[in-house]
Design a protein around this ligand. Structure first.
Ligand code: HEC
Ligand code: HEC
Length: 344
């Protein structure tokens, strides 16, 4: 139980903070930049081209397949790499399927909000991205024929398929695998980040025209980090909007190679080393970071890492990085409450 004067002291700190916001000279701009990072959650995304999207039977079939060791003859599941209790990532530096991959496994939370998928944004539909690991010889390789045979040969799966797609799986293997992709996509669409302490803080700011005091789960350090994020550090130029991503490609300073020594240049196009801005909700749960998993901790990840960011400083001090990390942690539903101290 907090003594009554504690609340008064917090309120007083808020007044001081607002005063300092005003002194910064750009309080309305800063307020607008912060409010643009919400509200959360937005309305669910539906794909009108996918008959399984938003349909309980389609979502349930996708969930079953996502967790099934039978989808691939290797016994690997989607959930082997996208583990639900790790924010649908896997905690490894790079993915490990039947062989070591070249890239880190990204979280699937809020994937439905992207228009481009994969670290390099190479796929533009969720169902195509959902089928990619089945074709990748390093992940969970299988064939259209094997997937179709599974769906046709199992009475329960076949009945579920019929309930979603209007008839049992037919003889066209490619069509059946395509529908499996649609069901997987319908399930992945439902994976959304929960609200976090930042959202409560932001909504109060929106409602009360500027009570900017720290609050439960949103410490003074997190607040300093937010002001850096939305302001001087330039992070929100790319990590923008309620999902903290502009869904666009940027030149990354992180250069990597696959196990055979081939450079991973990201998206093939005119921009060198181009990667898609990842969202940041729940990011505290999905270390290590970056497309190659080379940043072991959030302290490492918040070093300036994009080459085309004119607005952001070229280096950030340890104290600033600690504040940024405190803010990023407040994008998870239950942020750890220990202090963050990034090394220089
Ligand atoms: C061996 C580990 C592994 C397995 C198994 C796996 N994935 Fe992935 N997944 C990855 C990696 C690595 C990426 C990033 C790929 C890239 O950028 O080239 C990824 C990316 C994705 C994305 C895009 C996310 C985004 O934000 O762009 C989706 C969706 C996805 N996987 C769904 C699935 C589904 C559905 C399955 C099962 C059919 C599956 N994954 C199986 C490792 C895996
Ligand atoms: C110019 C656009 C841009 C700016 C500015 C930017 N980022 Fe990023 N951010 C990216 C891209 C692109 C990646 C992925 C890079 C890669 O994997 O090589 C990324 C990756 C990250 C990651 C790792 C996420 C994960 O899941 O692996 C974190 C954390 C992050 N950024 C935080 C920040 C912070 C904090 C700032 C401000 C100091 C910032 N970013 C500024 C574009 C940007």
């Amino acid at each position: 139980m907090r003594p009554p004067w504690a609340a008064a002291r917090t309120a007083a700190a808020g007044v001081l903070l607002l005063a300092s916001l005003a002194r910064a000279g750009d309080a309305p701009g800063e307020r607008a930049a912060i409010l643009a990072l919400g509200p959360w959650p937005p309305a669910p995304v539906r794909d009108s081209a996918n008959p399984a999207s938003g349909q309980p039977a389609g979502i349930a079939l996708g969930e079953l397949l996502f967790h099934s060791p039978r989808l691939s003859p290797t016994g690997l599941r989607c959930a082997s790499c996208h583990e639900p209790w790790r924010g649908f990532a896997d905690g490894r530096v790079v993915a490990q399927g039947v062989a070591i991959g070249a890239r880190n496994t990204p979280s699937l939370l809020d994937a439905a909000r992207h228009r481009h998928y994969g670290w390099d944004g190479a796929h533009d539909s969720l169902w195509a991205q959902a089928l990619r690991p089945l074709a990748d010889p390093r992940e969970m390789p299988t064939t259209e024929a094997q997937v179709a045979t599974l769906m046709r040969g199992d009475a329960a799966l076949s009945a579920r398929y019929a309930a979603v797609f209007g008839g049992p799986p037919g003889t066209d293997d490619a069509r059946v695998e395509h529908d499996v992709g649609l069901a997987l996509a319908a399930y992945v669409e439902t994976l959304a980040s929960p609200r976090a302490p930042f959202d409560d803080w932001r909504d109060r700011l929106a409602a009360s025209a500027g009570d900017g005091a720290p609050s439960a789960g949103f410490s003074a350090a997190a607040l300093r980090g937010l002001r850096l994020f939305a302001g001087r550090a330039g992070c929100a130029a790319c990590h923008s909007g309620p999902a903290f991503s502009d869904d666009a490609l940027h030149a990354s300073r992180v250069h990597s190679q696959d196990a055979d020594g081939h450079p991973d240049a990201g998206h093939p196009g005119t921009l060198p080393n181009a990667f898609r801005t990842p969202g940041l909700r729940g990011v505290a749960a999905t270390a290590p970071y970056m497309h190659d998993g080379s940043a072991a901790s959030l302290c490492d990840a918040v070093r300036p890492h994009a080459a085309d960011a004119d607005a952001s400083p070229s280096e950030l001090g340890a104290a600033q990085r600690s504040d940024l990390v405190a803010f990023l942690r407040a994008l998870s539903p239950q942020p750890p409450d220990d202090e963050v101290a990034c090394r220089p």
